[in-house]
Design a protein around this ligand. Structure first.
Ligand code: 9MR
Length: 370
């Protein structure tokens, strides 16, 4: 399946494959799909920013809607579905021959409030089933893979306490995959999470995959989100993660890659989300408003090179690498959890220019990778 997709989505048009590699999708076309996201929040890229769309169509052959298919946007009220932004992204993917992700069906975040007001368990179960059915059938033949369940695990590998766990029980993940499969037996189905380099959390993900398989419920891929920084996780940790997840027999996808270069306020563990407000404008947490220093740019470039060399080394296990965003201008990192910071996690800068890391990736010498 994986090779077929790589062939289908990367080698069209054939001309692009045979000519110079001045863009990401052609550079990595023998190895994996290269993806980006398109957002709809705040800046409404899909409608307003043609420059970003050009970068996306030139460099990427896979697309993830960063927000538009999430529950709060696609199903904001009990009986109301809104698909206009998701549809625009879907059309863009089709026009540009891209592999399209459905992100995401079941996630505790970005859900409308009415969900927690459904008191009856049977009704909740039916509502979840209908949510999945409506989204999957609406985009049948257009979405190639659904992130069926997103971030169900705590870092210690136990199941996160969510409204889904509370209302449906331990088997809510199985149910979600079963509902998705029943809605479209041909679309690929994935489990997606972050921090899978942490052994306990990874073991939890492996448990989920194996348990679905044992019960005969289809799962095709596991998504490694990859919101990393300049030092963590180490290349060895990433490699172990890829190898162990691939050993379950499903495809490994790198689904949300970005490398933050500014301090991580999550170190302030335990503080409430609203309290991050008091750090806005504090240089300690936002040191590079004036621009990324050369030494940090160099570290970022080196980090991306090492990471991609590792991905190429394990390309037999990895079918897609998706960046979470396109340019530094729009990255979620600028506003999470402290607003209006200047982060530089991607390959295109705030003025849409290609960064040194972009060229470093184009220059990777595949013959040297063992
Ligand atoms: O990038 C997304 C951002 O625009 C939203 O505000 C945010 C809400 O939580 O979600 C971001 O995307 C997340 C993704 O859907 C799941 N993994 C973590 C991503 C970054 O938070």
């Amino acid at each position: 399946m994986r090779n077929l997709y790589i062939l289908l989505f990367s080698c069209l048009p054939i001309l692009a494959c045979s000519q110079g590699k001045d863009n990401l999708k052609d550079k990595f076309s023998d190895y994996f799909l290269i993806g980006a996201t398109i957002n709809q929040e705040d800046y409404q890229i899909i409608d307003k920013d043609k420059k970003v769309l050009k970068i996306v169509s030139e460099n990427f052959n896979s697309l993830t809607p960063e927000n538009s298919m999430k529950w709060m946007h696609s199903h904001p009220e009990y009986s109301k579905f809104t698909f206009s932004n998701a549809q625009k992204i879907t059309d863009f993917a089709k026009d540009n021959n891209m592999y399209l992700l459905g992100h995401t069906l079941v996630w505790h975040n970005q859900v409308p409030e009415y969900i927690s007001e459904i008191a009856d368990k049977g009704k909740f179960n039916l509502h979840l089933k209908n949510h999945i059915y409506q989204l999957v059938t609406r985009f049948k033949g257009k979405v190639n893979m659904w992130d069926v369940v997103n971030e169900a695990l705590n870092d210690d590998g136990t199941l996160r306490e969510t409204v889904f766990l509370k209302m449906i029980g331990d088997d809510y993940i199985e149910k979600a995959f079963q509902f998705a499969n029943d809605s479209d037996p041909n679309v690929e189905l994935a489990y997606n999470d972050y921090n899978l380099y942490k052994p306990k959390k990874r073991a939890g993900a492996i448990r989920i995959i194996n348990s679905l398989k044992e019960k005969g419920i289809r799962i095709d891929a596991v998504g490694v989100q990859a919101h990393w920084d300049l030092h963590f996780p180490s290349i060895q940790q990433i490699e172990k993660t890829i190898i162990e997840l691939a050993a379950t027999g499903v495809d490994v996808m790198i689904t949300e890659l970005d490398i933050t270069v500014i301090p991580n306020p999550y170190e302030l563990a335990g503080i409430a989300r609203e309290e991050f407000k008091k750090f806005e404008g504090d240089k300690k947490w936002d040191p590079y408003q004036a621009g990324i220093p050369d030494n940090i740019q160099k570290k970022l470039t080196k980090r991306y090179k090492e990471i991609f060399e590792l991905f190429v080394k394990h390309h037999d296990k990895i079918s897609r690498v998706t960046f979470w965003g396109t340019t530094d201008k729009y990255t979620w990192r600028n506003d999470n959890p402290i607003k209006n910071r200047a982060d530089y996690p991607l390959l295109f800068d705030r003025k849409y220019n290609k960064k040194p890391a972009f060229f470093e990736l184009l220059n990777i010498d595949f013959s040297k990778i063992k």
